[in-house]
Write a protein of this length. Sequence first.
Length: 226
Amino acid sequence: MNYLSAQETAEKIGITLPTLLRWQKSGKGPIPFLKEGVLFYHINEIKKWEKHTECVKNPEGMSSEILSTLEAATILNVSQSTLCVWNRQKKGPKPYKVGRKIFYYLFDVMACKNKGTIRDDKEFEYLDKYGDVQKVRRYEIGISKRHFIGATFKEPCDFSNLPLKDCVFSGAEFVLEVDFSGSDLRNSRFCDCDLGLANFENANLEGVSFLGANVDNANFLNTILM
């Protein structure tokens, strides 16, 4: 059998079932599916999620995507102490902590290098498929490979120039404009999604699925071929 129950999945990844169900409700963790009204998880989806979280737990092994303080400071041409001062001032690339180790995501560091030290903390609200209000910060979307199954975004969304590989927006509705321009959307899913006035200009859409999606008014100018 190539899928597990919610209880089996929780045990496999080392969390409680209530935690897994909270994750599922807020669009975190492995992507589930329904079979005869029961929640299941494909083994491949669990493995993809485990691979991603392993990168976070072991940043030294992923220096091409995850950087130490020294590596981040070197790219930004500042000292490590300057980077620490920026952190206290909530400036510069956002730091992440695992145990006692602090690391940075490469795309955050490059965004800081290209656009200055102001941290991108813009927060978006959306309704999940249960009608509950959820919040997500712009920089968190690509990091967590989130899924927004059945979500409704009622405000304009700026998701431009983000690493959004493997994100899932299936069944989502964007009531106002959404900007994906310049983003890396490889292998993401927009199945049965109402994209309204979505802007995909200069985005990478390799392997993206738009099955059943409403893209009549979307802008696909200069996109990398699907």
